[in-house]
Design a binder for this molecule. Structure first.
Ligand SMILES: Nc1nc2c(c(=O)[nH]1)N[C@H]1C(S)=C(S)[C@@H](COP(=O)(O)O)O[C@H]1N2
Ligand SMILES: [Mo]
Length: 230
């Protein structure tokens, strides 16, 4: 298939996915809450920039299970499977051939620090999903990482345009301790929903808890609802 046809197919599939989740996304708490908890000026979605219980930090703390896997780009792979029409096994080259997006967003950790205005570059999960094409039965994803961490997301959260598979931070390769070569970021949810060292994205027909969700953390993780535990 010619490159332009391939790109057109992604664009078409993305439009379809957007239409399918538009209402759910528009009504999701981190954009639609009429009593969001927090302080400061509104962010780009009208939520107070500092969610309830959070303190701004300028440093970027490292939080993980303590194993920081080393994945040479030549060996790196990302699998996309489960409830999709086109399962994928991407090399680093394949990933870089997908549409690339830049964004500035905030990072809210459940341990009560937030870091604002972070500059990212990567691939929208929406664009990757457009290639894999989730079946109508798909409702959630479970993200699996190279350190065996897992975390779940509903599709209406996962397919928001600011959810990126990030490889670049402030114009430099994402440092290994923060999930390089590739991690997910979820600016509208607490940061544990963003798997560092992402290895597999499994589309599911139902919700399934990940590592922290099985240990008492919230399935949904809305920062402006103080939605930390379940
Ligand atoms: N693979 C993996 N991803 C992970 C974690 C982890 O232990 N392993 N920890 C999560 C948690 S609890 C947080 S708060 C953020 C922290 O990201 P940072 O270390 O870049 O600040 O990563 C999340 N993603
Ligand atoms: Mo965390």
């Amino acid at each position: 298939m010619a490159e332009s046809d391939k790109l057109q197919r992604i664009v078409d599939a993305r439009m379809k996915l957007k239409a399918r989740f538009e209402d759910k996304i528009r009504n999701s708490p981190s954009v639609a809450d009429n009593k969001p908890q927090g302080s400061g000026n509104p962010n780009r979605h009208g939520m107070p920039v500092v969610p309830v219980g959070q303190t701004i930090t300028t440093k970027w703390p490292v939080l993980d299970l303590g194993i920081e896997p080393d994945i040479p780009l030549i060996e790196w792979q990302l699998k996309v499977d489960g409830e999709v029409e086109h399962p994928l096994l991407l090399s680093w080259e394949d990933l870089m051939a997908l549409p690339q997006s830049e964004d500035q967003s905030d990072f809210h950790c459940v341990t009560s620090w937030s870091k604002l205005n972070m500059n990212w570059k990567g691939v929208r999960l929406l664009d990757l999903a457009a290639v894999a094409q989730p079946k109508d039965t798909a409702t959630h994803i479970l993200c699996h990482a190279y350190d065996d961490y897992t975390t779940n997301l509903s599709l209406e959260e996962a397919l928001k345009p600011d959810v990126l598979l990030v490889h670049t931070y402030e114009n430099a390769p994402l440092p290994k301790e923060h999930g390089g070569p590739l991690r997910i970021i979820t600016p509208q949810l607490y940061a544990w929903k963003g798997a560092k060292w992402i290895k597999r994205i499994e589309f599911l027909p139902a919700n399934k808890r990940g590592f922290w969700e099985e240990r008492g953390y919230s399935n949904t993780a809305y920062p402006w609802r103080n939605d930390r535990y379940s």
